[in-house]
Design a protein. Structure first.
Ligand code: HEM
Length: 498
């Protein structure tokens, strides 16, 4: 009897605590799922999340709601609502569901909350300004040169694994530009990092979408937790080694004392201060960041950069392999700036400035294959969307993937690859909130310019030297979300020397 009474009281308390959510759900509509777990069972298979969200969009439209365990979720792919969310001061924090990522990125910029995020973003913004990024062109060209040599060595061999080589090249760039450290990843054949990193992202997605894993004690009993410990260990061993070596080098040099010598410095100091790692060590010395904070920020930047850059460059190359006409057109533009007979390309910012078609190709890639297909925010104070009260504690899900493929927005060719979507004429009619691969508003990506230059330099080098082709068709591709966008298919790709 007592147990029955207790259960009854708990149920009444639960329903009472959810009353504002029920009110919002009745107005917005959406799947109810099952009592207490909501749509948890449907979302537990990460391969189904994107498909399911596409299905809900068809059934409920661009604005719907439901429960994932006790969490009330509101999802949208409506650009006007997205604009309200991304610009609301009640939606700056990442979703509570992102607690799943904490073992990996801890308290770095990507996950930081409230005033802590604001303070850190202010500290880190100066490391990503245009003048600083322009100084990285030497590094970009140098690493991409080594990457091209590796491609050349392996292009005709059976063991040529393009995604593997690409991710190593990109991480090498990230290590050199953010840490000022050469790691020689391109020469490392047996490196487990990316395999473990991708497994970790799979685990994070499953954890994020499965309400029963949101309880730390239950999660720690699961096999998933044991696996996650292994993967996180591989990843942190790598980032920690780089940080420790850099710190040692830093201590041995006179840079720390230089940094200590205040802001009215000469050029030498400014030069030292510019690179990301020098900036954060500087904040370490001033006490603004602790050693753990520095670890977290380095891991965040390296992992975020490596994953998104590999995804966007890879998908651009795959798209151009599937659509030869666009590849030819882009190569024409590349040859107009870098004649065909040039052996080594030393690309500058001025070269990139007027390469309009390259820009269109990159935008179209990020539209059709946004590396981060879903954005998650926590509503930290009551907001109103479309005249409906969305209570504090709601988890907002922004469905970038579906919006950027919506025929009502992008026309009949929405689901195919066509850089003309971003021609000058079409571009001026685009609502900025219909194209948000880097998110938008104050919490958007910090590395936009950085990433655009790296992807462009890689594409120019690859297409200057090789024709890429494939037997895979766009309509055969199957996508799933593993924090970032992934392909279920093995993508066959051939490189032919021009
Ligand atoms: C094509 C490449 C890239 C894409 C599409 C991309 C996309 C994004 C998106 C969508 C977010 C917001 C995530 C969210 O709200 O949950 C984000 C945040 C972030 N990105 Fe990028 N990113 C790219 C490259 C980079 C690079 C190269 C770096 C570093 C060098 C970087 C560093 C970050 C950081 C630190 C954040 C967190 C910012 C904050 O919360 O204040 N990203 N990125």
């Amino acid at each position: 009897m007592l147990v029955f009474l207790l259960v009854f009281v708990l149920i009444v308390y639960y329903l009472w605590s959810q009353r504002k959510n029920f009110r919002a759900w009745l107005k917005i509509g959406g799947p109810f799922g099952y009592p207490f777990i909501g749509v948890g069972l449907q979302f537990a298979d990460q391969k189904k999340i994107l498909k399911l969200m596409g299905h809900y969009k068809k059934v409920y439209g661009n604005f719907y709601s439901g429960w994932l365990g006790p969490k009330f979720l509101v999802a949208t792919s409506d650009p006007n609502l997205i604009k309200s969310v991304l610009n609301s001061d009640g939606c700056i924090d990442k979703s509570d569901l992102f607690v799943a990522l904490e073992y990996l990125m801890k308290n770095g910029l990507l996950l930081a909350k409230g005033s802590n995020w604001y303070r850190r973003r202010k500290l880190l913004n100066p490391a990503f300004t245009q003048p600083i990024i322009l100084e990285f062109f030497d590094i970009y060209n140098d690493v991409v040169g080594s990457f091209m040599q590796k491609i050349e060595e392996r292009v005709n061999s059976e063991s040529f694994d393009f995604p593997d080589l690409l991710s190593k090249g990109v991480l090498e760039i990230a290590c050199q530009t953010t840490m000022g450290k050469r790691v020689n990843l391109l020469n490392d054949e047996n490196w487990k990092f990316f395999k473990h990193f991708h497994c970790e992202l799979d685990i994070l997605t499953t954890k994020l979408a499965s309400p029963w894993y949101h309880n730390e004690s239950i999660y720690k009993l699961s096999k998933l937790y044991q696996k996650e410990k292994l993967y996180v260990n591989t990843i942190h061993t790598f980032t920690k080694k780089i940080i420790d070596e850099k710190l040692e080098q830093h201590k041995n040099s006179e840079q720390l004392s230089l940094i200590d010598k205040s802001e009215n410095d000469g050029n030498e100091f400014v030069k030292q201060k510019r690179i990301f790692v020098e900036q954060i060590f500087h904040h370490g010395v001033s006490g603004a960041l602790t050693c753990d904070d520095i670890d977290d920020e380095v891991a965040t930047v390296l992992l975020t950069a490596a994953d998104t850059l590999t995804a966007s460059t890879g998908m651009a190359i795959y798209s151009l392999a599937m659509f030869q006409d666009f590849q030819d057109k882009l190569r024409e533009e590349i040859y107009s700036v870098f004649p065909k007979n040039l052996d080594k390309l030393d690309i500058t910012y001025n070269d990139l400035k007027d390469m309009e078609y390259l820009d269109m190709v990159l935008h179209e890639t990020l539209r059709l294959f946004p590396p981060i297909p879903l954005l998650f925010r926590n509503v930290t104070k009551d907001i109103s969307l479309d005249g409906i009260d969305i209570p504090c504690g709601t988890q907002m899900v922004i469905n970038v993937f579906n919006m950027q493929r919506d025929e009502d927005i992008w026309g009949l060719q929405a689901k195919t690859f066509n850089p003309e979507h971003f021609s000058q004429e079409n571009h001026k009619n685009i609502n900025p909130y219909t194209f948000i691969p880097y998110s938008r508003g104050i919490r958007s990506c910090i590395g936009i310019k950085y990433s655009q230059y790296v992807v462009k330099i890689l594409l120019i080098n690859l297409l200057h030297k090789y024709k890429v082709s494939t037997n895979t068709k766009l309509e055969d591709l199957k996508y799933y979300v593993s924090i970032s966008l992934r392909l279920e298919n093995e993508f066959d790709i051939q490189f032919e020397r021009l």
